[in-house]
Ligand binder design. Structure first.
Ligand SMILES: Cc1cc2nc3c(=O)[nH]c(=O)nc-3n(C[C@H](O)[C@H](O)[C@H](O)COP(=O)(O)O)c2cc1C
Length: 330
């Protein structure tokens, strides 16, 4: 069974992409991802704060303003060993590109319309095949409206589109008031695809230490459902690809993601749990499933459970909501 596909204009041998995670931070694990069957690798993110911090350090060094900007970057943690600084990140792109034959997608993570955006040009020059822009942002300011938040993302995407030619995808959260409209707008501004969705790492409270407890639990398949819904809603409407990220662990999860309309599926937790070699289990499983269920191609499957042929998707969603509530009978 031929599983090849095209994502962001890049030909891929299958729809399984190694999503941004510590696995892409080192060359040997990138090689293992390729050997394991990943069709492309998304590098872990370079953060706006890392770029700003470097710019501030250079400025402070030359201009004698050492403490002035300390507060702005003080919430940002010290970098651990897989988080490469801005210059090393560019070197890492070039090294991974030289060592791997599959497309390498860099990830730039920021939320303001500041100078960090310029770094996209350097990423392109370093040889990345595409750029994933992660606009992770938690809207904490009660005076800031949803449309202001959205407008800022539009500005970021437009600015990046103006300065680079490689394809761009935008990794989003689900927390926009109208995600489908938002994604369509991003497509019209030049984004070649969207990644649904960022995982929001929910803070916990340490009641003894009176502190915020940072926890990173790996995902499980229940997180997939949110993504299935939005991929199914968006499929056929956006000028660009849908990459699904979050909660894909099994062959059945992959089939569901494709049925909902995903062009590619990004894997992170499952690879951290079972290792890059697990990708081959999933690709073989997808091919087997398609043959057993008499599908002739991936395209025949893709989007087959989307909302594209639903005359009134909003009413359909309300209907499903009611049906689900009725599942509980006491
Ligand atoms: C340890 C870890 C590190 C991650 N680092 C990044 C990152 O640097 N940039 C990014 O966009 N996403 C990052 N992610 C998010 C993943 O790419 C992915 O979107 C998310 O984990 C959901 O997919 P999953 O259910 O397959 O884990 C990270 C996830 C994990 C678990």
């Amino acid at each position: 069974m031929n599983l090849s596909t095209t994502y962001l204009g890049l030909p891929l041998k299958n729809p399984l992409v190694a999503g941004a995670s510590p696995l892409s931070g080192k060359l040997d694990t990138c090689r293992r991802l390729e050997d394991g069957g990943a069709a492309a690798i998304v590098l872990h993110s370079l953060f706006e704060e890392q770029i700003t911090r470097q710019q501030v350090a250079e400025f402070a060094h030359t201009e004698y303003h050492s403490n002035q900007f300390a507060e702005a970057t003080s919430y940002f943690p010290e970098l651990d060993d897989y988080r490469l600084g801005p210059d090393h990140y560019l070197e890492h792109i070039a090294t991974v590109k030289a060592a791997c034959d599959i497309p390498v997608i860099a990830s730039l993570n920021g939320s303001t319309t500041g100078g960090w955006i310029e770094h996209a040009k350097l990423i392109e020059k370093a040889g990345a095949d595409a750029l994933e822009l992660n606009v992770y942002y938690v809207a904490t300011d009660p005076t800031e409206s949803g449309s202001q938040v959205e407008r800022r993302v539009y500005e970021i995407v437009s600015s990046v589109r103006e300065i680079i030619e490689i394809p761009i995808s935008v990794k989003l959260s689900q927390n926009y008031s109208s995600p489908a409209h938002f994604c369509v707008q991003l497509g019209s501004l030049g984004a070649n695809g969207v990644v649904l969705f960022n995982r929001f790492y929910q803070p916990d409270i340490d009641i003894e230490e009176l502190d915020v407890a940072h926890r990173l639990d790996l995902s499980n398949s229940t997180e997939l459902r949110l993504r299935l819904r939005w991929a199914a809603i968006l499929y056929g409407h956006m000028h660009g690809d849908i990459s699904l990220s979050g909660g894909v662990h099994t062959v059945e999860d992959c089939i569901k993601a494709l049925m909902a309309g995903a062009t590619t599926i990004q894997l992170a937790s499952v690879l951290l749990k079972y290792g890059p070699e697990h990708i081959a289990t999933l690709t073989h499983g997808i091919a087997r499933w398609l043959i057993d269920h008499e599908y002739e191609s991936l395209d025949q499957l893709r989007g087959s459970m989307s909302h594209q042929h639903c005359p009134d998707p909003a009413a359909y969603e309300r209907g499903n909501y009611l049906k689900t509530l009725q599942l509980w009978n006491v």
